[in-house]
Write a protein that binds this ligand. Structure first.
Ligand SMILES: *Cc1c(COP(=O)(O)O)cnc(C)c1O
Length: 386
């Protein structure tokens, strides 16, 4: 018997006219909504058109990126190159780092906490009030002891509260979950200060994870450079790929000291690889976006985009002030915070709002025109409220 060659079964021409129309409307809505997205950090200045044909293939980077598996339809080679680039920017120790392209910051944070737990099974996780909502879920998954630390008004960890809390729990190794850009105010916890506190208390068994989902993509370019990376004492770092870097699909990068990863690596015969990652199958397309971004932009291009975001943020802060809106931002932040706006404006500009504050996050594709329009809307609303 001859089995005929497989022909594609899902070209769009097989769709009914009604479905085609529905798709067209969907495209239109997404295009329009993308132009009014101001409250979430999704860079949209990319053009990954050269990668379009890869949608014809089932790329799967199952298992460890650095180990060739039995299946060859993967993009590991590109993934490793992207990882190496970011490991360099994160000042990872030359022969002691490892990482992979994740499904996003949350997975990277889960992974960092997992490594920490395997290193210190009896450790206690410390994280600030302003930490991303997913951390409590991750801690629940991992069943780790944890203590929430107060935040300062700007969203940064309250170091005095950390010191006092560490003092009374000296019997358990601390696992510090540091925010490198909190969700609402983009506050950055300072690894230098955290390490000073740990040194002062003579606590040598410690693990520090940097949640750099928000700022990891541009923090290396800030001056002064925030203290958040491996050279500053981090054991693992999570970055989101779809935020500052930009990606049509959510993804992220997690990097860790290799010695921590060796502890959890186990060989799996079925895939001919190491089971060092959280999921089995892994997206083979997102590493291509991460690779394309670094090759097309390079360090200089990324730095320039960071500069542009900062310039837009400074512009926005000033425009708000001129319009009488009490806006503020943390030092070198691309997030501008102001009093919570109405549900209507939250919807119009997709503004994240929590605990009486809203914010805009300036991304490289944004323009001063967009900022002017948002400021005018908010000022108008405030005047109406008087
Ligand atoms: C966005 C974000 C996360 C979650 O990352 P995802 O990529 O959405 O999974 C975690 N922490 C912080 C501080 C973030 O900004």
């Amino acid at each position: 018997m001859v089995v005929p060659r497989l022909t594609p079964t899902l070209p769009s021409s097989r769709l009914s006219a009604a479905d085609q129309e529905r798709l067209r409307k969907f495209y239109e809505r997404i295009r329009a909504d993308s132009s009014t997205m101001a409250g979430y950090p999704s860079a949209m200045d990319y053009d990954y058109g050269e990668l379009k044909d890869l949608l014809d293939y089932s790329l799967n980077n199952v298992g460890d990126p650095f180990v060739a598996g039995t299946s060859k339809i993967d993009s590991r080679e590109f993934e490793c190159e992207a990882l190496e680039f970011w490991a360099g920017l994160m000042r990872a120790p030359d022969d002691d780092w490892w990482g992979y392209v994740t499904n996003g910051g949350t997975e990277g944070n889960l992974y960092g906490l997992y490594l920490a737990r395997e290193r210190y099974p009896k450790g206690i996780v410390y994280f600030s009030q302003d930490t991303h909502y997913s951390v409590t879920k991750n801690l629940h998954f991992l069943n780790m002891r944890n203590i929430m630390i107060r935040s300062q008004p700007n969203g940064e960890l309250d170091y005095d509260d950390l010191r006092e809390t560490l003092k009374v729990n000296r019997d358990a190794p601390p696992i510090i979950f540091a925010n490198i850009g909190t969700t609402m105010t983009e506050a950055r916890d300072d690894l230098g200060t955290i390490n000073e506190i740990l040194d002062e208390l003579a606590i040598s068994n410690r693990y520090i994870h940097s949640d750099a989902a928000m700022c990891g993509g541009f923090a290396p370019f800030l001056e002064p450079r925030p203290r958040f990376d491996f050279a500053d004492g981090a054991d693992s770092i999570a970055i989101s790929g779809h935020k500052f870097i930009g990606s049509p699909m959510p993804c992220g990068i997690v990097l860790a000291r290799k010695s921590h990863v060796n502890r959890i690596a186990s060989a799996i015969a079925y895939i001919g690889n190491l089971d060092t990652t959280v999921t089995g199958s892994r997206n083979g397309h997102t590493p291509m976006f991460m690779w394309y971004a670094i090759r097309a932009l390079g360090e200089a291009g990324l730095r320039e985009r960071a500069r542009r975001c900062l310039e837009l943020a400074a512009y926005a802060e000033q425009a708000f002030h001129e319009a009488g809106v009490e806006a503020w931002r943390n030092p070198d932040a691309i997030t501008v915070v102001f009093p919570a706006v109405s549900k209507g404006l939250q919807r119009k500009w997709q503004l994240a709002t929590a605990r009486h504050i809203s914010h805009v996050i300036l991304m490289p594709h944004h323009t001063s025109d967009m900022i002017d329009a948002i400021v005018a809307d908010i000022a108008c609303e405030l005047q109406g409220a008087d």
